[in-house]
Design a protein around this ligand. Structure first.
Ligand code: C2E
Ligand code: MG
Ligand code: MG
Ligand code: MG
Length: 281
């Protein structure tokens, strides 16, 4: 609050803060119930080959089926769940459900698309996370290369022994690790050199102006060159315009996702969508 602001303004500020705290407490209590009732659903957004539109993988995106407020996007509850630790049981459910769905996509014997699952830092640091993930993967009878775990730069930047070991164990098992929202954190391009990851997902804000702003295009081209030199697969996020898709292809970006191709959809629709789309390598 600005210095010299009136008493009334201060009171309104306090009241707003008070309401925010109450909202979060209420949300937390409701989330407890949701975890017991398993009131979450997963939607899936295809990750496609930008040249052909063929399906490569699908990203699992969690939603909360709230009893009165409808279907809530993760932006409405993930923060609170991370703060409270509730993200751990929610995330366990996400992994179990997504693996079951991915096993279903494979059909009879053939290699289906991979499933890409978001894991928050809090979840990843939970003791036993890696063990549980490996157990669930074995139980789902899904090949390890059909699973990608998306983590954020912030987690990688911690650069502590435990994180390094956990990432190494996952990758030794054949699970791929993706850096989500690349470009939003504080990491420099040079840090990519020592990053224990397989996939780099370039954040939407970098993608939006790729076809119209030469500087932006040069930046994305730089990221692509470096990533490819390091053997990383690159996925462009949030592609909405055909011109951006074309510019990305011209810049050598092979994979992407976004409303241009497909919005997140419910699992039953994935099977229909896959039946029409061809599956890419
Ligand atoms: P994210 O992992 O970066 O996922 C991409 C977000 O962009 C998704 O929002 C997706 O629906 C949206 N998106 C995809 N294509 C487009 C597009 O062309 N235009 C626009 N405007 N948006 C697009 P969503 O589903 O609301 O998820 C938001 C974030 O919540 C995710 O960002 C991820 O960080 C987090 N999240 C989602 N599911 C989970 C989960 O199961 N566990 C954890 N820990 N976090 C999750
Ligand atoms: Mg993601
Ligand atoms: Mg992202
Ligand atoms: Mg994100």
């Amino acid at each position: 609050v600005a210095k010299g602001a009136g008493k009334g303004q201060w009171r309104r500020y306090q009241a707003a803060l008070h309401n925010q705290v109450l909202d979060r407490l209420e949300l937390r209590a409701e989330l407890d119930q949701a975890i017991v009732d398993r009131s979450f659903v997963l939607q899936y957004q295809p990750i496609v080959d930008l040249r052909t539109g063929a399906a490569s993988g699908l990203e699992a995106l969690v939603r909360w089926q709230h009893p009165t407020r409808g279907l809530l996007a993760p932006g409405r509850f993930i923060d609170v769940a991370e703060e409270s630790g509730q993200i751990v049981p929610i995330g366990d459910w996400v992994i179990e459900q997504a693996l079951a769905d991915a096993a279903q996509w494979r059909g009879s014997g053939e290699d289906g698309p991979y499933v890409s699952i978001n894991v928050s830092a809090r979840q990843f640091s939970d003791p036993g996370f890696v063990d549980r993930a490996l157990q669930r993967l074995a139980a789902a009878a899904l090949p390890a290369d059909r699973l990608v775990l998306e983590i954020t730069e912030t987690l990688l930047l911690r650069d502590d022994d435990q994180t390094r070991q956990d990432l190494a164990r996952l990758r030794q098992a054949g699970i791929r690790v993706a850096i989500d929202d690349f470009g939003t954190g504080y990491s420099s391009l040079s840090y990519l050199r020592k990053v224990p990851a397989d996939v780099l997902k370039i954040e939407k804000s970098f993608i939006d102006a790729v076809s119209t702003q030469p500087q932006q295009r040069a930046l994305v081209e730089g990221i692509l060159r470096l990533a490819h030199t390091l053997g990383l697969t690159v996925v462009a996020e949030g592609i909405e315009e055909e011109a951006d898709r074309a510019a990305l292809v011209a810049a050598g970006c092979r994979y992407g996702q976004g409303y241009l191709f497909c919005r997140p959809m419910n699992n039953p629709d994935v099977l229909t969508w896959l039946a029409d789309a061809q599956v890419a390598a």
